[in-house]
Design a binder for this molecule. Structure first.
Ligand code: FES
Ligand SMILES: [Fe+2]
Length: 421
């Protein structure tokens, strides 16, 4: 349980709020590079700020204010030039730093006034990595954008999947350190949704939580497992500050504002040895719905089930009314770490998991329970035998509803799924 003040402290993400300032110390994924094959400007909202993301004609990325400082037109309806973004209302143009570099009428009518020099809009750095576009909204000097090891794994098919989840980011992230829900939400509820009354999934017998440089690891032992199982020896990662890393994919919970979260999944599927070497030319991205045409929550896929849990807690979970048990130890650790880091920031220190040393930021290793399946060059038959990862090779994305047909086809082509399977 948290009192009202702490709940508000941990869930408010706007500029100037303590937690908003903490989260601004990290690079946040907010779009995919491949989205910009078809568009050049996109409106985005992150941590309560309405912004415009663009790729100009020289290929440079920019992230600037949503509204033009002239008379407030929407810059996401602007158009890009060889350098920067131009407002479509009267043509003012801004470079990547937010500086106004052109005012077509003023430049003719009173060039000596150099009015444009006085005009600058909010602008944030953007970097492309692993097919994602990342933004940094914090103070300079910016830390390094983490080079997580899976971003360099060869012979994999990567897809990026988004969803808009109508609730605060923190309850989504608390799910990243909640091993028990797997048994109930994903195993037993799925069985009941499929009209099976049993048997229920093996129960959790032991849980452990451990902090490490880049987050926490949780480890589980369930009925029928030995303590040599990788779920116990390696476990899963609650990645700091706002992601889950279960080994084959990352799930970031990016705060849109206090009451909305962008779910960003980066999912890696190893091609079978028979398809190596495989080099992916383009990382596709798609946006999955959370409700069906009738307005009902979609419950058929793992992440959709998670979305139901998160949004079901309310737009901002009322933690004054919860009752935490021993199974929630990870959630308590996570909250305490954020509270400790808020205090550290007040002392002028960096919060947890900020990387500033370039020598450390090279294929940063993380615990990976299924490492052999993801990096080990296994045959089709061996990959199919894995109880969870094996399901991916059916061809359809098993983790979130709504995969477009062209992505499914690209995946099938990469894996060689077809007559030969
Ligand atoms: S409102 Fe943007 S140029 Fe006038
Ligand atoms: Fe889950």
């Amino acid at each position: 349980m948290l009192d009202r003040t702490k709940n508000q402290l941990l869930t408010s993400v706007g500029p100037g709020t303590p937690m908003g300032e903490l989260l601004r110390r990290y690079w946040m994924p907010l779009a995919a590079v491949s989205e910009f094959d078809a568009i050049s400007v996109k409106p985005v909202r992150i941590m309560g700020e309405d912004l415009t993301l663009y790729k100009d004609l020289s290929g440079a990325w920019g992230l600037v204010d949503r509204h033009c400082p002239h008379r407030r037109a929407d810059l996401s309806c602007g158009f890009v030039e060889s350098c920067g973004l131009r407002c479509s209302y009267h043509g003012w143009r801004f470079d990547q730093t937010g500086q106004c570099v052109e005012q077509p009428w003023e430049d003719i009518a009173s060039p000596e006034a150099r009015f444009k020099d006085k005009i600058r809009i909010k602008a944030y750095p953007v970097e492309a990595k692993a097919g994602l576009l990342w933004a940094y909204l914090g103070p300079q000097p910016a830390p390094l954008l983490p080079d997580w090891e899976p971003f360099s794994w060869p012979n994999g098919f990567v897809q990026i999947v988004f969803a808009d989840v109508p609730c605060n980011w923190l309850q989504c992230q608390e799910n990243s350190i909640d091993p028990l829900h797997f048994e109930w939400m994903h195993m037993n509820w799925s069985a009941r949704l499929a009209n099976r009354s049993g048997p229920y999934s093996p129960r959790h017998l032991k849980l452990e939580f451990e902090e490490f440089d880049y987050g926490f690891v949780y480890r589980r032992l369930r009925e029928g497992m030995t303590d040599a199982d990788t779920m116990w020896t390696t476990g899963r990662v609650c990645l700091w500050p706002n992601a889950l890393f279960p080994g084959d994919h990352f799930e970031w919970r990016v705060p849109v504002d206090d009451e909305n979260t962008l779910s960003v999944t980066w999912s890696f599927t190893r091609v079978p040895r028979e398809r190596e070497p495989f080099v992916q030319e383009r990382i596709p991205a798609w946006h999955g719905p959370v409700k069906d045409a009738a307005g009902r929550w979609i419950s058929s896929h793992v992440m959709n089930q998670d979305f139901i849990a998160w949004a079901g807690q309310g737009r901002i979970a009322d933690r004054t009314r919860e009752h935490l048990g021993t199974g929630d130890r990870g959630v308590i650790l996570l909250r305490q770490r954020f509270l400790d880091d808020l205090a550290a920031m007040e002392r002028g220190e960096d919060p947890k998991a900020i990387i500033r040393d370039p020598a450390l930021n090279v294929r940063v290793p993380l615990p990976v329970a299924e490492r052999r399946y993801l990096t080990g060059s296994l045959s089709r038959a061996e990959l199919l035998r894995h109880p969870v990862l094996g399901k991916q090779y059916d061809g359809e994305y098993p983790f979130q509803a709504g995969q477009p047909e062209e992505v499914r086809r690209a995946f099938a082509a990469a894996m060689g799924i077809g007559a030969s399977w």
